[in-house]
Design a protein around this ligand. Structure first.
Ligand code: HEM
Length: 501
């Protein structure tokens, strides 16, 4: 019953009709496929380029840094795979209008759209998120405000056993909300809690829309046929997306009413001005289409930006508990370089060598998004004697890049020192790629790096973390950490917070 493989397909497990190679993705004695586990087994068995079928989708995995850089840098892999469930997102048609083929099963936000729509949105967002400091107050000031709120919020918890996950989530979300929508909320504001709830729900659902049934429909519009959304488990996600959309819409309306070219208050203002000056009806910024793009871009940025940044912080705190000697060095360095009277700023970052090494090692060790997000081919690619077929999923394994024993001695050891030279100077390593590689690398990279630095250094200046007495720390080994969908989730833990002063 085995299927014949496509010509020159990379080595890998057998392929069967309908299920593809899915039975080979189950760990022994487990009934559910685990893609990350399977990829690590296949790499040992087949080498650094291999292929299999996820149901009916041919899938090729690359694990070597140079191969990923080459392949993901090409125009032919700059797509996201089609996912029928994206079509339940309000405003999704904005991308399909412009390119009905490439966007037949995509949404209208920057993270999951394709073709020119994606290109225009991405170029615009990258430029305006990178220019650190648009609007009135600089972005650093805005972030400092949020860091200070977090510090003030946590101070009263001095000496108490605490779970930081809720408050880091809220805090990071508030920073994003402030920068993008211009509303500054207190950490205990009920609106913020409501926002957290809707974004949290979205996060849980980003896996939901990958409905197998939805993707098997011969025509994308069949998703709207009676009963299909219920059958494909898309009815609840649909409601959630509608809720989020109607949460954001009033902010758009309010911004439009008070829009002033001379006084750009936030990212939303900037975007609305772009819509206002767009006259080309084929532009992704044109009229109603532009507004749909805006709201979907915002949703994507909250989905992609909150949990990732917050989990990265929680991973770092967990490493501090496991390796307390690091904590003393980080604090000593901050006290020496920055002092204790003002929060560390971006201009201090280059002088905090040990802290930078610790952060880089944290990102490497956590490998938070180990397989990155999936890419998709618009044409066949011949590569190193193999053919990656047209319409294949392509996965670049960031985990393998960051745990490559040829470049990182004892990759399973946590050691910030690997990034310090003999004079204690921080050495940046281009193989630390938590934000992905190639044409669709993380849009929020620059923002996330600055945000992470300001939050982490500000926290370390003001607090010490200690393990909860009498409780074993959750393990952090490769096989001991749960991969939740595409995220290596930080294990749940509590800690004791000690205020430094
Ligand atoms: C530590 C924090 C973060 C990590 C580790 C991270 C990681 C990633 C990764 C691995 C990808 C996939 C890259 C690829 O497909 O090649 C990605 C994409 C993306 N990220 Fe992030 N991210 C972080 C923070 C953020 C923030 C703060 C934002 C929002 C401003 C953001 C917005 C996005 C978007 C929109 C995409 C899709 C880009 C596209 O498809 O063109 N991320 N991120």
């Amino acid at each position: 019953k085995k299927m014949t493989k496509p010509a020159n397909f990379p080595p890998g497990p057998p392929i069967y009709p309908f299920v593809g190679s899915i039975p080979y993705l189950n760990p022994p004695n487990e009934s559910k496929p685990k893609l990350f586990w399977a990829i690590r087994q296949f790499e040992k068995k087949y080498g650094s380029i291999f292929g299999f079928f996820l149901a009916d989708s041919s899938t090729v995995v690359l694990t070597e840094y140079n191969d990923i850089k080459d392949i993901m840098g090409r125009e032919e892999t700059a797509l996201r795979p089609p996912v029928a469930g994206h079509k339940i997102r309000p405003g999704w048609e904005a991308s399909a209008e412009l390119d009905p083929v490439l966007n037949a099963r995509q949404s209208a936000g920057v993270a999951f759209s394709n073709g020119n729509f994606w290109k225009e949105q991405r170029r615009y967002l990258l430029k305006n998120l990178r220019d650190f400091g648009f609007g009135k107050a600089s972005m650093e000031e805005a972030l400092h405000e949020e860091v200070q709120k977090l510090v003030d919020f946590l101070k009263p918890l001095d000496g108490k056993v605490t779970n930081l996950s809720q408050v880091t989530n809220i805090s990071i979300l508030n920073a994003l909300w402030n920068i993008l929508v211009g509303e500054k909320l207190d950490l205990d504001d009920p609106r913020l809690e409501k926002l957290l709830k809707v974004v949290d729900n979205l996060l849980r659902l980003t896996e939901g829309p990958n409905s197998v049934i939805g993707n098997l429909l011969p025509h994308p519009d069949m998703i709207y046929w009676p009963g299909i959304r219920q059958l494909a488990n898309l009815d609840i996600p649909e409601q959630t997306f509608k809720t989020v959309f109607s949460f954001i819409q009033p902010y758009v309306d309010e911004h439009k009413k008070t829009l002033d070219e001379e006084n750009v208050r936030d990212f939303m203002d900037l975007f609305l001005l772009e819509i206002r000056k767009t006259t080309d009806p084929m532009s992704s910024f044109y009229g109603k289409r532009g507004e749909n793009a805006l709201i979907n871009d915002l949703m994507d940025m909250f989905i992609a930006g909150m949990e990732t940044t917050s989990s990265s912080l929680l991973w770092s705190f967990l490493f501090l508990l496991h390796f307390p000697e690091c904590q003393a060095k980080i604090y000593e360095e901050i006290a020496r370089v920055v002092g204790l009277n003002k929060l560390p700023g971006l201009q201090d970052q280059k002088d905090l060598h040990y802290l930078n090494a610790f952060v880089q090692e944290s990102f490497r060790f956590a490998s938070l998004v180990p397989m990155s997000l999936f890419h998709y081919t618009s044409a066949a690619i011949d590569f190193k004697g193999y053919t990656i077929p047209k319409n294949s999923i392509v996965i670049g394994s960031l985990f393998h890049v960051m745990h490559d024993p040829k470049h990182f001695a004892n990759p399973e050891e946590f050691s910030p020192e690997r990034f310090l030279d003999k004079n204690g100077i921080f050495v940046h390593d281009e193989r630390i790629v938590p934000f992905g590689i190639g044409k669709r690398f993380c849009l929020g990279k620059s923002l996330a790096e600055k945000e992470f630095f300001l939050f982490f250094s500000g926290f370390m200046q003001n607090f010490e973390v200690l393990p909860e007495p009498g409780v074993k720390l959750p393990p952090i080994g490769v096989d001991e950490v749960n991969v939740n969908g595409i995220i290596r989730s930080v294990p749940t833990y509590q800690l004791v917070l000690r205020a430094r002063k």
